[in-house]
Design a protein. Sequence first.
Length: 452
Amino acid sequence: MKKYNHIYLIGIGGIGMSALARWYRHAGFSVSGYDRTPSAVTGALEEEGIPVHFDSNISLIPPVPEDTLVIYTPAVPKEMPEMVYVRSRGYRVIKRSEALEEITASKRCLAVSGTHGKTTTSTMLAHILTVSGEGCTAFLGGISKNYGTNLLLSSNDVIVAEADEFDRSFLRLYPEMAAVTSMDADHLDIYSDLEDLRSTFVRFAQQTGRYLVIKKGLEDRFLRAGMKASVLTYGEGGDFYASDITAGDDGRMEFSLNTPYGRIERCRAGVPGLVNIENATAASALALLHGTDMESIREAISSFRGVSRRFDIRLNIPGHLLIDDYAHHPAEIAATIKSIRQLYPGRKICGIFQPHLYTRTRDFHKEFADSLSLLDSVILLPVYPAREKPIEGVTSDMILELVTTADKKTISREALTGELAGRDTDIVVTFGAGDIDRLVQPLEDLLRTKYA
């Protein structure tokens, strides 16, 4: 690594890529990169002194291959001109997961994996370690609302990493401790089927050294496969579990956290929703096994402010609420809707969903319809393609046709604010992993002006 002076990232605006860009710049490298479109993330990188360009332009790539490491995200097509150029000119070109492997190789890595829940859980774990005074370096899959970044830095050798199953990336990690939060079918453009995905999670777990923390109900598969790490469970009936759960007047949940090391009383979740008690339990389990004291854990659970785009309450005025959520899997959408129902019983929920990827829409359109049918109103945007080319016949209407909610429609992105302007809304929630996030601020401005 030391032989390079320049780090060039293709797809620098991705959440994982931007964290790497920040780390390399902190480590003293010259960092720059390309992304397809400007975003809040690329804007922040530019403000931090990291040049970003948005037109594929080989003249902006550092010119000396021997002095430059190129890192790319698998979301970038192989035929993209900059990718073709660096491969043909002898640059060392590695995936994001390979870069993270090199960074974590000699460190004490605490990794959080799962088809959903990993971003909030890993961010909460990093927050616990920070509150305890020990600190950590953390590569997060979202922007922490406590710290305003997806990268935390520390001089010690502890790294918290989100272990991403996409493209089997997490097989590059060999953590000291790891958590597995969920293993629902997803990324079936990468995995042949659900069994393939789950077997790959087991392979990741077999690379874990000391402790493996698994959501209760998933552990049998791992125990049968044989683990060098000690296996513990979390959730109802597990080694770590929440009890005495109540809702405070402000909607924040209060609970006791039961562990093999004792009971942490009077925990008060800083973010709403039962799912976040589950996330807190997983993060606390890893922290306790790491050696963090119980009082720091209690304090951190209370002061945790969540992650941008994860049950992110953007507007809360009497009678009107706007929530933004990254959920792009049917199970995640259903969990978020159920949490909203619990926190705000009896209120009407209008959900706006932008499907992410044609393959995911094709594979899970029935499950998406089931989840979205939990809403009172459903608005669907066109599929966000990301790295994919269109698949004939695969559209948002595949989902819409199966939604049982009477009030449902598909509209264009451009028509969304006008659609909401003409509706009398109560709770509005936006779902999706594409560019729907760029519509949230206009929606917030609209609703604030309309109802404030």
